[in-house]
Write a protein that binds this ligand. Structure first.
Ligand SMILES: Cc1cc2nc3c(=O)[nH]c(=O)nc-3n(C[C@H](O)[C@H](O)[C@H](O)COP(=O)(O)OP(=O)(O)OC[C@H]3O[C@@H](n4cnc5c(N)ncnc54)[C@H](O)[C@@H]3O)c2cc1C
Length: 293
């Protein structure tokens, strides 16, 4: 199938893109890398009357580090994140997660802004943004809004972004020296969307886990922080206390069923990932089995 007919406008500046979005409202869609939008249009799941192509706006592309914060332009491609020495040094979780997105051809075109605006609940980057305490910066006719990632994602393919706003950048705190991260996902094949995934960053010191932001994807309509990890903070984690936390996690999650997995399988995989996460962060291989001997 091919997309239904649409009008096309190539934005000449951020201001021009916003003018076009204001003029066409819900009838328009922003085109970034096209890796999610074009398949959806070709399958006629979406039929926008206008396409606003922002691909030529170089001011939306790039990565900079300043005063302990990393700023990533919305048009920065997945492949750019993977190549970036700044991301490797200051947001290693993001680099590791990005390597799991699709395949090189898609990573060469897909952008971080597109992935976040698209808000697929099985995507790696939205969960990373919540784990990394990112701010999503959007711009509209009334100016700029800085939205915490924890509030940005509101449902399956839904965010707080309005039809007349452009996602322009993402800002993250740079990882501190004693921070540690974990990324894990179960997918049928490397590059497929995850059945369940976990992305986490924490502070580890002599007292153990001092902070932990562990966020699942693929288990809910949006990135889901694991509340059950609270019992593992600032305490000596034992196999028994980890087993209790995993039990609590199982009660907290209510994962969906689809062709890939039912809720019980997703819940089980989530527990396996959290055990692997705690084991890796604390460098305690014996915890990897989740408290079981
Ligand atoms: C075969 C295949 C496998 C894939 N596997 C994965 C995977 O494993 N994990 C994963 O996370 N993704 C996967 N993807 C999706 C890929 O990562 C996309 O690149 C990404 O989701 C969207 O980025 P994009 O730049 O291509 O956005 P586009 O497709 O151009 O746009 C996506 C949506 O976001 C909106 N949008 C884009 N940019 C902006 C902006 N700056 N401001 C406001 N709205 C904007 C568009 O209007 C559209 O609604 C896969 C895609 C394909 C085709």
């Amino acid at each position: 199938m091919k997309a239904s007919a649409f009008s096309y406008a190539r934005a000449t500046s951020i201001g021009n893109a916003i003018e076009l979005l204001v003029a066409h409202g819900e009838r328009a869609k922003v085109l970034a890398g096209g890796q999610s939008l074009m398949p959806a249009m070709n399958l006629r799941l979406l039929a926008p009357e206008w396409i606003v192509d922002i691909g030529g706006l170089s001011e939306l592309r790039g990565i900079s580090v300043n005063g302990g914060r990393i700023t990533i332009g919305a048009l920065t491609r997945h492949a750019d994140l993977l190549r970036s020495t700044e991301v490797a040094a200051h947001a290693p979780l993001l680099a590791e997660a990005t390597a799991h997105i699709a395949h090189p051809a898609i990573r060469n075109r897909g952008t971080i802004g597109g992935s976040l605006a698209h808000a697929d609940p099985a995507s790696e980057l939205p969960a990373c943004m919540v784990a990394l305490d990112a701010i999503i910066i959007v711009r509209g006719a009334a100016g700029e809004r800085r939205i915490p990632a924890t509030e940005f994602f509101t449902g399956v393919y839904e965010t707080t972004l309005s039809a007349a706003e452009l996602l322009v950048a993402i800002e993250l705190p740079a990882a501190s020296r004693n921070s540690a991260h974990f990324f894990g996902e179960f997918a049928r094949r490397h590059g497929d969307y995850a059945i369940v995934g976990l992305t986490a960053q924490g502070i580890v010191d002599n007292d153990g886990l001092n902070e932990l932001r562990a966020v699942f994807f693929g288990v809910s309509d949006r990135p889901q922080p694991a509340k059950a990890t609270a019992s593992l903070i600032k305490t000596a984690v034992t196999p028994a206390s980890l087993a209790q936390a995993l039990e609590a996690l199982g009660e907290e999650l209510d994962p969906p069923e689809d062709q890939q997995a039912n809720g019980a399988m997703r819940r089980h995989l989530a527990k396996v990932l959290l055990a692997q996460c705690v084991s890796k962060l604390l460098d305690r291989p014996e915890l990897g089995a989740g408290g079981r001997p």
